[in-house]
Design a protein. Structure first.
Length: 313
């Protein structure tokens, strides 16, 4: 294919969360922690646990297709952002593709908590090369790699999936500007070996996360010719409410212009941004002409931000 110069726009979205709810009180009963400590330090009050990465991805993808009035035959590729695939091989996207009846390509993207935004940029490249529609999903089952006896990580991580259908447009599309980055020298700050549990140096991750959110956001806004005042809504990776508050304070963006589903979902890594985006859309918080900033950070340490102008084609 040769580049077409076409852009993309989101035409459908969907979310899938496990049925099982684990509250802070439930963790308080078995760990050396309290509901007050968890909620004050992280912003999390409950999280969802259960299912498989592919099962959650299929459910979220099917809902996104239904919302868009489409089926699998209308999709040219499935892009699945995940750091918890069900198998080493094949790619989990292949299972999703088969379940949804998609005929085109299917591949996974692993950039941890930044994975959905990495996938968003990749998807726009596929559309520019001539694809019609791509199903982009972020799905995680972090409960499988969480040590439930470790109070530092057990209170944070959870399972879930969010999906969007992105359709090609004849014009530039909704994506205005973006920024991607990674610092592999800090990969040890968040890691999980095959067969092992997730390990994290919390204080250092917090410090770096705030900085990269600010730096990446400023880079994207500069490329877009915008300022923080032009941003209608921020959909940040849902890791820790204090990280979000600190970064937004430095950027001059009030918390009223951010999305927060952290209290209900916990940290769902690559799934957190699409879950938050769908929540804002369902609540009527996003309108045509709004500039919506998506920003993620996490293991790698990788970061990514993208500015969308909603409704632009």
């Amino acid at each position: 294919m040769t580049p077409t110069g076409r852009g993309g726009r989101i035409v459908g979205w969907g979310v899938a969360l496990p049925d099982a709810v684990v509250t802070n009180a439930a963790l308080e009963a078995r760990l050396d922690t309290t509901d007050a400590w968890i909620s004050e330090r992280t912003g999390i009050r409950e999280r969802r646990i259960g299912g498989t990465t592919t099962g959650l991805a299929v459910d979220a993808g099917r809902r996104a297709l239904e919302h868009a009035g489409l089926d699998g035959a209308d999709i040219d590729a499935v892009v699945l952002a995940t750091t918890t695939p069900d198998q080493v091989m094949p790619q989990s996207a292949a299972t999703v593709q088969d379940a949804l009846g998609v005929v085109g390509g299917a591949f996974d993207v692993n950039a941890a908590c930044s994975g959905f935004v990495y996938g968003l940029i990749t998807t726009h490249g596929l559309l520019a090369l001539g694809m019609r529609r791509v199903l982009l999903i972020g799905a995680e089952t972090l409960s499988r790699i969480t040590d439930w006896e470790d109070r530092n990580t057990a209170v944070l991580f959870a399972d879930g999936a969010g999906a969007v259908v992105i359709e090609s447009t004849p014009g530039p599309g909704a994506l205005v500007a973006w920024d991607l980055g990674s610092d592999g020298a800090t990969r040890h700050l968040i890691e999980s070996d095959h067969g092992g549990f997730l390990q994290m140096e919390g204080k250092e991750v917090f410090r770096r996360a705030v900085r990269v959110i600010v730096d990446s956001t400023q880079a994207t806004l500069e490329r877009a010719g915008c300022t923080a005042d032009d941003v209608s809504l921020v959909v940040p990776h849902q890791a820790n409410i204090r990280i979000i508050e600190a970064a937004c304070a430095r950027l001059g963006i009030p918390m009223e212009r951010t999305v927060n589903v952290l209290d209900r979902t916990g940290n769902t890594s690559a799934a957190s941004i699409p879950i938050g985006l769908a929540d804002a859309l369902d609540a009527g918080r996003i309108h045509d002409g709004d500039r919506v900033l998506l920003v993620g950070f996490g293991a790698g340490m990788a970061w990514a931000s993208a500015l969308l102008e909603w409704g632009r084609s």
